[in-house]
Design a protein around this ligand. Sequence first.
Ligand code: CP3
Length: 341
Amino acid sequence: MRLLDACARKPVDATPVWLMRQAGRYLPEYRAIREKMSFVEMCRRPDVAAEVTLQPLRRFELDAAIVFADILLPLEPMGIGFHFSKDDGPVIERPIRRARDLEGVHSIDAASDLQYVMDTIKLVRHELDATIPLIGFSGAPFTLASYIVEGGHSRNYAHVKKMMYEDPVTFGRLMSVISEVVVDYLKAQIAAGAQVVQLFDSWVGWLGPFDYELLVLPHVRYVIDHVKGLGAPVIYFGNGASAMLDLVGKAGADVYGVDWRIELDRAWDQLGDVAVQGNLDPITLLGPPKAIEERVADVVRRAGGRPGHIFNLGHGLIPQVPPDNVKYLVDAVHRLSAAPI
Ligand code: CP3
């Protein structure tokens, strides 16, 4: 399997490609289901979630599926209520801002508390072509903490940073509980059949290197240490973190996701002897085929035929993308990487 071979830095016949948020609103067949139920309901119905996971694989020659779920799903069993509002995205009902807010927040038993995710994984594995691996995922500790403390989207991460500076003990306790949850959640996904797992650290790029190294990286390392060696390679994606890849690269992952703010070869030089995933600007997919082609070719050229490249976007695909452009991109990755460089 191309993706698993690339994770192990073995040679492949063409660069494997999958796309963060490859399932979702840009697909009319997704919107048709979404009209009938809420997003969280879709996640909780394994038959629906499995169907939506497979939708992009029917259209495009993707080299991996990623289970349809969300990084926020573990919050509810932890005792942290949330919902998705129509305009503002996720809303945490009672954000955690001080020590006493942590009372009642607890670890989970993912296999039973999030059984619907495990059932989705089993269903997808059953229905998916055996040559295509399935990726499981979780939010990384800081990204989950930032939602839990900020209460939703944030412009400057003021609440979570204030907690880090003012009450590092409470912040550390929150990060530790989250880390336990993430370990348990990823282990359960691997046991259910996920063949690769990705940790999404979507908002870690808003931290400076000092805070990242002191207060966040040890928790990322803890999670990866406890999940590695279970037979599923671990991908760690730090969005916006391209200015501190020297630190990110200490997380212990098998594969590092790279955003589009740095050239792939420069990122790879900093990360060293690991596999690397990325790193096309997701907005490229709004451009015409010629523009997509040029930028795919640049990423492939910078990978330079080194084993261990997984092609992806530098962050998630947005709902406005025309599906035909995704097809063009996926085919271009295979065509350009199979040709001699
Ligand atoms: O990649 C995939 O195809 C698998 C599914 C997936 C979703 N969310 C589905 C989703 C994955 C891997 C995620 C991860 C996720 N969720 C992240 C990390 C990746 C990233 O983008 O940085 C984050 C930060 C979230 C939190 C989240 N979920 C937000 C902020 C939102 C609302 C914003 C938005 O795009 O509407 C969601 C909702 C969400 N998660 C949707 C999907 C398809 C849209 C739901 C809808 O149909 O209304």
